[in-house]
Design a protein around this ligand. Structure first.
Ligand SMILES: Nc1ncnc2c1ncn2[C@@H]1O[C@H](COP(=O)(O)OP(=O)(O)O)[C@@H](O)[C@H]1O
Ligand SMILES: [Mg+2]
Length: 258
């Protein structure tokens, strides 16, 4: 997957990962001639909802089906199984204008089905390689991305609100990513969200060694879209949050300068 750029969004629950992911998908889908794959790696399938998509089938549904055929002795994981899995993942893709979405679904049940997990990860990897830009809306931790989606990403985007807890979780994820080599990445940074005053950003700068990619202000429009359950992809082009997101995407070389 030589030219595929992979972006992963991580951070504490509720800090705005899914909102930011949805706005990134919107920006990338409308401004690029690139092939975009969004991966909803949150078991609650929040990204799909923010994009206005009802998911028909998740990777985990496919996984459960496969495990049950193996358990019934109807499959040994041969060539035929692989072809079927390929087809099923392709079938689970939700294709929309300018992008496609794949939902991972619920975390795996107890018991190790390592071979099945590896098979699925390989297939997700192959699929990702067919796209120019892949954006993963993760859960809180980075380990899940490694375990369930892929091990190597280009840009690890840690999202946090201005709370000490949020920044603390971002710092911890960074620590796990670097020291425990939970994922391999080329760049990593913090994207602050729901900022009320700019001096909060300056204060946070003194408390983290993370590079700050940018900051998004507390935004009534985002709140309101969420309140009404309107897909964030419908947010007006003049949204200040979208402006920040464009800058961050340009910094990562996944969006061209105007
Ligand atoms: N910049 C913002 N301004 C106001 N509300 C926001 C902003 N970003 C996110 N929110 C709200 O915060 C809540 C959590 O956001 P969400 O994207 O679901 O977080 P996460 O995916 O990290 O759990 C949602 O209700 C969302 O509307
Ligand atoms: Mg979320």
């Amino acid at each position: 997957m030589a030219d595929t750029k992979i972006l992963a969004i991580c951070g504490k629950g509720g800090v705005g990962k899914t909102s930011i992911s949805a706005l990134m998908v919107k920006r990338l889908a409308e401004r690029n001639d690139k092939k975009i794959l969004a991966i909803d790696a949150d078991p609650a399938v929040g990204l799909a909802t923010s994009l206005g998509i009802q998911v028909r089938k998740t990777v985990d549904d496919i996984r459960k089906g496969l495990i049950s055929t193996i358990q019934k002795g109807q499959s040994t994981g041969d060539r035929e199984t692989l072809n079927r899995l390929d087809y099923e993942i392709f079938d689970a893709l939700e294709e929309r204008e300018g992008y496609a979405l794949l939902a991972i679904g619920r975390p795996e049940d107890e018991g190790c089905f390592c071979r099945v997990n590896k098979l699925l990860k390989d297939i997700i990897g192959d699929l990702a390689g067919k796209f120019d830009i892949v954006l993963i809306d993760g859960e809180a931790g980075i380990e899940q991305i490694n375990r369930r989606v892929m091990k190597t990403v280009d840009h690890l985007i840690l999202v946090s609100d201005t709370s000490a807890k949020g920044v603390g979780v971002a710092n911890t994820i960074a620590h796990v990513a670097v020291d425990n080599r939970a994922v391999d990445f080329r760049s990593m940074g913090l994207l602050l969200n729901r900022v009320k005053r700019e001096d909060e950003v300056n204060d946070i700068r003194t408390r983290t060694r993370l590079d700050i990619y940018g900051w998004i202000a507390e935004d009534d429009l985002i709140r309101d879209f969420d309140f009404r359950g309107t897909p964030l992809t419908d947010i007006p082009a003049a949204s200040p949050a979208l402006e920040v997101i464009s800058r961050v995407l340009k910094k990562m070389n996944v969006l061209q300068e105007d």
